[in-house]
Write a protein that binds this ligand. Structure first.
Ligand SMILES: C[S@@+](CC[C@H](N)C(=O)[O-])C[C@H]1O[C@@H](n2cnc3c(N)ncnc32)[C@H](O)[C@@H]1O
Length: 248
């Protein structure tokens, strides 16, 4: 049998990071960021001013949330932090691992968007939730937005991409294929095929495999409760379930 080796870190967050905003455009995040803003505000005892985002990536959500909050952005990837700094120069950026980082200060709210999908085991998810809890003040809100739960997973193929308007002649098109080889473990795979064009040059194809964690609603709510969040699941406008909790 031929087994395919999976790289530890997706190419998208290292050698291909400069393409990220053409795959996932900051402009497309306005509605999702507004949904996140309203949940953080509703769940907090007082209007939140300071928010920590763990796994902030290209800063797409941050590019909208920064109008409402003083943001601190943490990401594992130095390349993604550089990209985010370009569109969010006024935000604090810190390189760190969401499972272990301790900044030694607390925030009015803590937010983890789709980066939470990289927590591949229940222990990883617990560590990331504990990091959020350790940085959230009592009465503050924790917001966690996984793409999917064990109960809602369906295998999908989607496609997209953008043409750069920065005058550099770059364009990307991609297909994204989700597949769960073992429905009894806590991961599924997301395979991307990126088609990358620079100026009028030939198209280059890159395959990138992402391993995502997948957990039941009960697991999420138990881990959030154990970490001191009075949490509930909420359906977002796009039919996904996300978790919002007030820190006790
Ligand atoms: C899809 S991007 C996030 C995009 C983000 N939602 C935005 O608004 O731009 C996922 C990010 O998670 C980061 N990441 C993955 N595992 C991480 C970890 N263990 N700790 C911190 N960041 C992590 C990656 O480096 C990547 O930048």
């Amino acid at each position: 049998m031929v087994t395919q080796s999976v790289p530890d870190a997706p190419k998208l967050y290292s050698e291909l990071a400069s393409w990220f905003h053409l795959l996932s455009s900051p402009r497309d995040y306005a509605d999702e960021a507004e949904f996140a803003r309203s949940l953080l505000a509703e769940a907090s005892s007082a209007q939140p001013k300071t928010v920590l985002e763990l796994g902030s990536g290209g800063g797409n959500n941050a590019s909208h949330l920064k109008a409402h909050f003083n943001l601190t952005l943490v990401d594992l990837s130095p390349e993604m932090l550089e990209l985010s700094k370009k569109i969010n120069p006024e935000c604090e950026h810190i390189q760190g691992e969401m499972k272990t980082i301790r900044l030694g200060r607390i925030f009015d709210g803590v937010f983890i968007h789709d980066a939470i999908m990289y927590m591949a085991t229940e222990d990883d998810l617990r560590l990331a939730i504990n990091t959020a809890s350790a940085h959230c003040k009592p009465g503050g809100a924790g917001l966690f937005m996984p793409d999917v739960l064990r109960e809602t997973f369906v295998s999908l193929t989607t496609h997209g991409g953008h043409d750069s308007d920065a005058g550099d002649g770059r364009s990307i098109r991609y297909i994204e294929w989700t597949f769960d080889p073992d429905p009894f473990d806590t991961t599924y795979t997301v395979d991307f095929a990126y088609l990358l064009r620079e100026r009028n040059g030939p198209v280059r194809v890159v395959h990138d495999t992402h391993i995502f964690g997948i957990f039941s609603r009960e697991t999420w709510l138990r881990l959030l409760r154990d970490a001191g969040f009075d949490a509930r699941a909420v359906e977002d406008p796009w039919g996904r379930e996300v978790f919002i909790g007030k820190k006790s």
